[in-house]
Design a protein around this ligand. Structure first.
Ligand SMILES: [Zn+2]
Length: 732
């Protein structure tokens, strides 16, 4: 899910732009700071039109006498008047300055600026010398982004809707600049919104008594906590409310959404209790689960906005709701200073998605960590990897694998380094000290160092400032019998490019009836590891529970569809011998996979062995339909695609609408994958094919009529970081 805040990406560049505009200032600066917005908005749903008045309280911050004020406002809104301390003052509007962003024409900054107009105000020379003053901006206009393409996906964040006023509902976000703004400001606000009598509104903060007059309802939201932006959501909601330890817990659902409110209210209460205890008191007066009329999964301070379909997805209450609630600590009250990298998605993932697994069982926690490493292996390579200091927000699986996955693993390793108590105490301290302030990775480091009493520069440097991950290679272990013990020795190398990492290497040694895990400090490219245990070792495993962030060996994980789609080179092979309707269905599917044009699509008659073996390969259709499938690859596989029958793990399945997916290690290179997908009919191909990308982590999938029947991953025997002393070949 997506954490929302004000204009994420552009802050760094914008600061530079302001510096340039100001001429000689050596550091970025805004001559005025916004202290408060008092915004009144009247919503005309039929005309998709707003009429607004924003009284902005400002404080000079190094302004020169007579220096003007430049605010940003959504383009297309018409400013009708500006008042300085109640008196009309002169203003101009014009395009926001785009000239600083030429280098990256499609960056978020440019996209944001394309939405903005600049509102330039003249201020009397006395303004710069005052403690504070107010500027009132009157404006109006249509706001109606298209909803086309709004889509919720775990992997891809779709085109953003930044503002829409309609009879179905209202979404106005700070990224859509529906009120005059400056970037990276923290301010309090009040928002009065007027809607039809049977509508309700939601924003950050706390609501007061609603006023109803002439069929119109006005609700007022105020925030005593400084925010970095605020929203206006409205709809024909039914509101349910319960009190939880002084916090108002609410659902705002559409009338035909029944039977979900009690579950959401109960789950919200549980999450609030969890984080109150773990991290410190919840910072707001309310938390609301709000249904949206288009697909979103957003978390804002004190509420979450979930599309109608999203609200009904099975994993939302158990995981995503908790993740969004956790963002009220990380990101929505301790704010993100994006300039130095987004530290907050990894921390939220660690305190939510990951922690829920850990609280169920150590095995589920290890499996989750393995999944993070698997995604990193599947989706990143030297050309798209980046350090966490450069993570802003995710747009694709590689950014997710680093910005969420690697980042969560950094907190995991930090926890091991400083210890359980110091870890949670540091987070509580960080929350207390940085509440309603912008915080950076550097601030986290300072707090953890102070609380744990140890320098952590090496850890933050190698995991946060550096791209990539260590790759570990174990060489043949030796076993030595000592008088009272056994010694296990093996050479261990890190063969990634660049400096060796400083690691606390978990080594697990198992005997007949017990095992032990020791942590061996490793800080060179090649070391000799010696571990002595008081029992006879039968098995050795390096980092068997995936406690280190590292580049896995492909043999440590089952081949998966995600790994196939994440490959740097993927060729998709169409079945030239399939009947035309079937081939057409496969062609559509291939085009769907290749929406972003990253892959090659070829017919089976065009595929050369070189192209087949150059990267990952995905064969569509069964062998007779797709003659490019090498006959020598298939014998011995635990699956078979015969006409009319699919065999999988010993079972045989006959269904007129069956479809089977299987992924194996590429026979030409076990670091890559070969995938196969076939369906009995064009419908089977379409219906199952549409769903494939939701099952990325699996090695095999069986569908009947688009409904999943079987899914799973092939068993892996342990990979090159394990060793069996009794039967050395058994686990290699
Ligand atoms: Zn998040």
């Amino acid at each position: 899910m997506n954490h929302r805040t004000f204009i994420p990406a552009l802050l760094g560049l914008l600061a530079l732009a302001f510096t340039a505009a100001a001429g000689t200032d050596p550091v970025p600066r805004f001559p005025y700071q916004i202290l408060r917005h008092d915004l009144a908005v009247d919503l005309d749903l039929e005309r998709q039109f707003i009429t607004a008045s924003d009284r902005i309280t400002l404080r000079p911050d190094g302004a020169r006498p007579g220096e003007g004020l430049e605010l940003l406002l959504r383009r297309g809104l018409e400013v009708t008047a500006v008042l300085y301390d109640g008196e009309k003052t002169r203003f101009t509007t014009g395009p926001a300055d785009l000239s600083h962003f030429e280098a990256e024409a499609d960056s978020e900054d440019v996209v944001f600026y394309a939405r903005a107009q600049a509102l330039r105000l003249e201020l009397p020379s006395g303004a710069a010398g005052r403690d504070s003053f107010t500027v009132q901006v009157e404006y109006r206009g249509e706001i109606r982004d298209s909803l086309e393409g709004a889509d919720f996906s775990r992997e891809y964040v779709a085109m953003e809707v930044t503002g829409i006023v309609s009879g179905q509902g209202v979404y106005l976000g700070p990224e859509g600049i529906f009120y005059p703004a400056l970037p990276q400001q923290l301010f309090t606000f009040s928002l009065s919104a007027t809607v039809p009598e049977d509508w309700r509104t939601v924003s950050e903060g706390k609501d007061g008594e609603a006023q109803v007059k002439d069929g119109r309802r006005t609700e007022t939201w105020t925030s005593r906590q400084p925010v970095d932006g605020f929203h206006l959501i409205a709809g024909r909601f039914e509101v349910k409310e319960v009190d939880h330890e002084g916090i108002s817990v609410r659902t705002y659902f559409f009338p035909d959404t029944t039977g979900l409110d009690q579950r959401y209210l109960a789950a919200t209460k549980d999450y609030l209790s969890l984080y109150n205890e773990l991290l410190g008191p919840y910072p707001f007066e309310k938390f609301a689960v709000v249904e949206n009329f288009f697909a979103t999964g957003y978390g804002m301070p004190s509420f979450t906005l979930l599309g109608s379909e999203v609200l009904r997805l099975p994993f939302i209450i158990g995981i995503s709701l908790g993740h969004e609630i956790c963002h009220n600590w990380w990101g929505n009250s301790v704010y993100l200073d994006y300039v130095s990298g987004n530290w907050c998605e990894g921390l939220t993932t660690y305190c939510a998605d990951y922690l829920y697994k850990e609280r169920r069982s150590p095995a589920e926690a290890a499996e989750y960590r393995q999944g993070l490493l698997r995604d990193y292996l599947a989706y990143t390579h030297e050309h798209n990897d980046f350090p966490l200091t450069e993570f802003v927000m995710r747009h694709n699986p590689a950014q997710r694998a680093v910005g969420y996955g690697k980042s969560a693993m950094v907190y995991h390793m930090l926890r091991h380094r400083v210890g359980e108590e110091a870890f949670w105490r540091s987070l509580q301290w960080f929350y207390r000290d940085y509440q309603y302030k912008f915080a950076t990775w550097g601030d986290l480091q300072r707090v953890f160092e102070a609380e744990s009493g140890q320098p952590l520069g090496d850890l933050f440097h190698q995991w946060v400032q550096r791209a990539g991950a260590p790759h570990l290679v174990m060489q043949g272990p030796m076993l030595t019998r000592l008088p009272e013990a056994w010694r296990v020795s093996f050479p261990l190398a890190q063969d990634q490019p660049g400096e060796p990492y400083n690691l606390s290497l978990p080594v697990k040694i198992s005997g007949a009836d017990r095992d032990t895990v020791v942590h061996v400090p490793v800080n060179q490219a090649a070391v000799q590891v010696d571990v002595t245990v008081p029992f006879e070792p039968l098995r050795l495993a390096v980092d068997p529970d995936f406690d280190l962030f590292r580049r896995l060996d492909p043999a440590e994980i089952a081949p998966s569809l995600a790994e196939t789609f994440g490959a740097r080179d993927l060729v998709i092979v169409l079945p030239d011998q399939a009947v035309p309707e079937l081939r057409a269905a496969y062609e559509e599917l291939a085009a769907q996979f290749n929406r972003r044009g990253e892959y090659r699509i070829v017919g089976s008659s065009e595929l050369t062995p070189e192209a087949r073996d150059a990267g990952a390969v995905f064969f569509l259709g069964r062998p007779p339909e797709n003659p490019a499938i090498p006959a020598s690859w298939l014998p011995g596989q635990p699956w078979e695609m015969a006409p009319g029958a699919y065999r999988l793990l010993g079972g045989e399945y006959r269904d007129p609408n069956a479809a089977l997916l299987a992924v194996m290690r590429h026979p030409a290179d076990p670091g890559k994958t070969a995938a196969f997908f076939a369906g009995e009919s064009p419908e089977a191909v379409r219906e199952a094919g549409r769903k494939l990308t939701h099952y990325g982590k699996y090695s095999y999938l069986l569908f009947f009529g688009g409904k999943n029947q079987l899914k799973g991953s092939w068993e892996v025997s342990g990979g090159p970081l394990t060793y069996n002393f009794q039967n050395p070949n058994a686990t290699r």
